[in-house]
Design a binder for this molecule. Structure first.
Ligand SMILES: [Zn+2]
Length: 290
């Protein structure tokens, strides 16, 4: 069997699957109930043990927020988790005896959408998670593209205006500094969820802010199209719940490029797997690497 673990700031999810990738169990708990990384490992190992029956679990992928050290299998210092420099691969390996991989959570969500969600049937797909921050996963020629250091797909840190606001990464004018939920909340003084709700009610200022964010995202889609030539963009994350508010402007912006002719213009789709994308992709990664 195989398992995928999605380590999020709010929830930790575990999925168990047969070696062909078919899911047999899916369990979740709240992250704050697991005070230490060891507690998380113990909980996940116990759940895997409880649901595996008599089968052996051979491969496990842990999807974690960056930065992660892929070579050493270490979770470095994720902004939404209280754990630092945790050798997760070694710890999970000891607890389960399985072959453990660590992977970037946005990569795994993208892989999940590619194999089982909105991106099924494509070969070149860009997944974008648009939430508090902005992340991405690149599927090129049917494969997850991780880059030389495993950090490919940092779409949120594409610079769209070198004179723009300072991002928390240290660069100026990153996409995330313009459209990330944290940046929008900082700018408007309202939580991003409230901002999008106000825009949905038709409040003028909120609408303007959301529309501008969607236009910036559309600009990023133009650049990504020119560099990667994908068939499809799949947008997930919290903002994708407000699809009707952001999709028309993103599409209009993408269509406004005279350089990207209709024949090569990618389709724009909302993610389908919701919060399950990460665990589904993690199982898929364990299957691919078994
Ligand atoms: Zn940045």
């Amino acid at each position: 069997m195989l398992a995928g673990i999605d380590l999020g700031g709010t929830q930790v999810r575990v999925a168990l699957a047969r070696s062909d990738g078919r899911l047999v169990a899916s369990i979740k708990t709240r992250t704050h109930l697991l005070p230490t990384a060891q507690a998380m490992v113990d909980w996940a190992a116990a759940e895997i043990d409880r649901h595996r029956g008599r089968e052996k679990v051979k491969g496990i992928t842990i999807a974690a927020p960056g930065p992660i050290d892929l070579k050493r299998g270490v979770l470095v210092n994720p902004p939404n988790l209280p754990w630092q420099n945790v050798p997760l691969v070694a710890m999970m390996g000891r607890a389960t005896g399985a072959n453990v991989h660590l992977a970037n959570d946005a990569d795994m969500a993208g892989l999940g959408e590619f194999h089982h969600g909105a991106g099924r049937g494509t070969k070149n797909m860009v997944y974008i998670t648009w939430s508090t921050g902005v992340g991405g996963g690149l599927i090129l020629d049917g494969k997850l593209h991780r880059g030389a250091h495993g950090t490919a797909g940092e779409i949120g840190h594409m610079i769209i205006d070198p004179n723009g606001p300072l991002d928390k990464c240290g660069q100026r004018g990153c996409l995330e500094a313009f459209v990330g939920g944290r940046a929008l909340a900082g700018e408007t003084g309202h939580a991003a969820v409230e901002l999008f709700a106000a825009a949905a009610r038709g409040e003028r200022h909120a609408r303007t802010v959301v529309e501008r964010a969607a236009r910036h995202m559309g600009t990023a889609l133009i650049s990504l199209t020119n560099v990667l030539d994908p068939e499809m963009f799949v947008i997930g994350g919290g903002v994708s719940r407000s699809w009707a508010l952001v999709q028309p402007t993103m599409l209009e912006t993408l269509r406004s490029s005279p350089f990207i002719k209709p024949a090569r213009r990618p389709r724009l789709r909302r993610a389908r797997l919701g919060d399950r994308a990460g665990q589904v992709g993690a199982v898929e990664w364990a299957r691919i690497n078994q």
